[in-house]
Design a protein around this ligand. Sequence first.
Ligand code: SF4
Length: 336
Amino acid sequence: MRHTARIAGWPKHEYTITHYGIRSLIPNVDLRAGPGCPVCVASPVKIEVAVQMALKGKAIVTTFGDMFRVKGVNYSLMDVKSMGGDVRVVYSIYDSIKIAERNPSREVVHLAIGFETTAPSTASILLKNPPKNFHIISAHLLIPPIMDYLLKLGEIKIDGFICPGHVSTIIGVEPYIPIAVKNKVPMVIVGFEPIDVLLGVAMLIDMINEGRFEVENEYGRAVKFEGNVKAKKIMREVFKISDAYWRGIGRVSSSGLELKDEFERFDALKTFNVAVEEKYDMPPGCRCGDVLRGLIMPEECPLFGKICNPANPVGPCMVSSEGSCAIAYKHIKVFT
Ligand code: SF4
């Protein structure tokens, strides 16, 4: 391998890369993690709406484990639970439906996060006539627009992209092609075993050396060119594409999913009219934004391992097991 390249991947790749010491095997390749941890980039405003609903006793709020600990503006849902709010951690949106069925006199609001991987589950539930007291806050985001945005932003030169295998099982290969061609950046859809990552990087280096800006699929055992046609159809039926705020990055056009008008009765943001100011991003001193945009490695944040650690996370990248800072903390010996 003779090319020095900076290649951006995603959190599940970041775990593999860090856990198996892949950076030390290919020191001439600068591997950076992209903003694909849904908990890290979730809009603080949407979290704050969920916080306020639970705090004011307007609803039972449900969400996934990692979201429980991320702060909105002032509080996390975990903080609110400790203050007496009815917040429940669920393993899937189906558990939230069961909670709504068992509590017909209460409103239930599910904070729905995730990318194209989880959005189909949310959509399929809403197509199955859920209980009237069930609502969602859609914080679903889309991967291809953020890749395009990062390339356009040009804060760091990215020579190639490792595309997320799990998201690609849904969206397929096609959505990446115009972005690769327009930005002249090759892409490879990559699985999550160490051999997948190494092969994906080798495929990218070949394309970089040959001046090809194509999209190749290393993860053919799971990803079809057309993706999951049924899941995409369900998403299209329920959601419309909208601009969305990514924490640490900003507002990115056409990068989020909002409920279509015919499903707005399930939209907690419209049903309950909870207004919060869009004024908060990261805590003072936290450089999660720079980590998420690939500008720095987690260890370069002055708070890393000092006042910020998984037990006392300062920023969202230290909360989720998919956060780059949490991954780095788990694997890198913390200095004094
Ligand atoms: S180490 Fe902590 S404070 Fe620093 S960027 Fe990561 S999460 Fe934010």
